[in-house]
Design a protein around this ligand. Sequence first.
Ligand code: ATP
Ligand code: MN
Length: 463
Amino acid sequence: MESVRREKVAALLKSQAGRKVLAKGWVRTKRGNKNVAFTALNDGSTIHNIQIVCEMSRFTDEMMRPVTTGACIGVTGTLVESQGSGQNVEILADEITVYGTADTSYPLQKKGHSLEFLREIAHLRPRTNTFGAVLRIRHAMAFAIHKFFNDKGFYYLHTPLITASDAEGAGAMFQVTCLDLQNPPKKEDGTIDYSKDFFARHTNLTVSGQLEGETGALALGEIYTFGPTFRAENSNTPRHLAEFWMVEPEMAFYEIEDNMDLAEEFIKYLVKYALDNCMDDLQFLNDMFDKELITRLQSVISTEFARISYTEGVKILENSGRKFEFPVYWGADLQSEHERYLVEEHFKKPVIMTDYPKDIKAFYMKVNPDNKTVRGMDVLFPKIGEIIGGSQREENYEKLQNRIKELGMNADSLWWYMDTRKFGSAPHSGFGLGFERLLLFVTGMSNIRDVIPFPRTPKSAEF
Ligand code: ATP
Ligand code: MN
C-alpha cells in the first residue's frame, strides 16, 4: 500500500477524481448495509471528512469489524466523484490497514458532547470538530502574529519565564523554588534563606515579559514577545487562565497615539487573516455556537474603534441610568460589566480607553501633566471586555523613581530596569494582548478553557 504517497484529506477533497490515492486518519463514523460500508475519515487537516466507500464484495465483515469510531486507519483506493450529496469526491477503497483500534469505551462515540464533558477529556477533544476548528484557528493566529510583526520590522524577543522581579504588579505570582519545603534553610530572624535556593534569590514565574521587553525596544527599536505568562489569580472566570499566552510589542519612539494605532491595526489584521484563511472552521463555529460570529468579525475590521478617556467613560456610565453590580465613580477600577456596557450598548464597537487614574494602574505608566492620570490604554471588545492593556512608559528616571517610592515598592530587584532610564532613555510604548482573549473573540467560544489545548485554572492541571 505504501507505493502511493499519502495525501492529506484537505488536499484530496480539493483534487481531481480518477486516480489511486492513500489517506490516513481517524474514523469519525461508520454506517452502511450488507452491500456497502461508508466510513467518514478525518486527519485533522480540515473540518471536513472524506468518505470511504467499501463495497462488501471486496471486504469481509471481519475486515470491517475493527474499523470503528475512533480507530486509526490507512486506506488505498480510487478517488472517485461522489454519488451522494455533501462532498465532491470520495475514496472507493481497495485496501484498509488498521493502525490502532478503538473499542466501545472510546468516549467520543456520539456527536454533541457538552464542552464541560470535553474539558474532562482534554487529551482526546482535539479529535472533535469543535476543537479541531479551534486549534487550527489558534495556529493560524499565532502564525499571523509573527507575520504581522516580521513584515513591520519588529524583532521577536525571548524574555525569561523565570524572574526575580516580583514588583511588576500585574497579578499574583507562582513561586519557583528547589528548596526542601519540609525543612527550608532559615536566616537568623527565622525567615526563609533564599540565598540557598537554586538561583540564590527568591524567584517566580513571570506575569509579563514587558520589563525585559523594554530593554529590547531601547536597543533594537521595535520588538515583540510571544510566550506563556503565569498568574496565580484565584479568579474562576470564563476569561482568566493561570497559564496564558501573551503578545507584547514594545516600541521606542512611540507615543500613546502611535501605540493605539498599532493596537487597532494589529487586531484588525488578525481578524482579517482569520476571515481570509480559516473560513471553513469559522463557518462551522458560526453554525454550531454563535450565529453572529462571522458578521461580528467582519464588522470589527470595517469600523474605526471608539477612543475615549477614562473620565469620559465614567461620565457615560454614570449617566447611563443602569444599575451595575459594582458602583461606578471616578477612581474606580472598571469591571467587565462596565466595559461591556460601553462596547456593546453605548458605542456598539470596540473602544480604546485612555488616561486612567494613576492609582489603579502600574508604576511604569507615564504620568500626565495633571499628575492624576497616566497614559494607559485598554482595548475593550464585545463579549470579552479587556483584550489589550498597554501604555506609554515613564521614560524619566526621577519621575519613575518617585513613583516607585510613592507606591512603597522594593526597587532593588529593578536596578537593571532603572538603568534603561539612566542610559539613553527614550520615549516608548507597548501593550499586551492576551492571546486566548483574542481567540475567544475570533472563535466565538465563550469559555477561555476551550481555546487552549490544556487549560490551567485553579484546582485543575491534569493532562
Ligand atoms: P483583567 O483585568 O481582565 O484581569 P489585567 O488588567 O490583569 O486584565 P494586563 O495585566 O493588562 O491584564 O494583561 C494584558 C492582557 O493579558 C489583558 O488585556 C488580557 O487580554 C490578558 N490577560 C490578563 N490576565 C489574563 C488571564 N488570567 N488569563 C488570560 N488572559 C489574561
Ligand atoms: Mn488581571
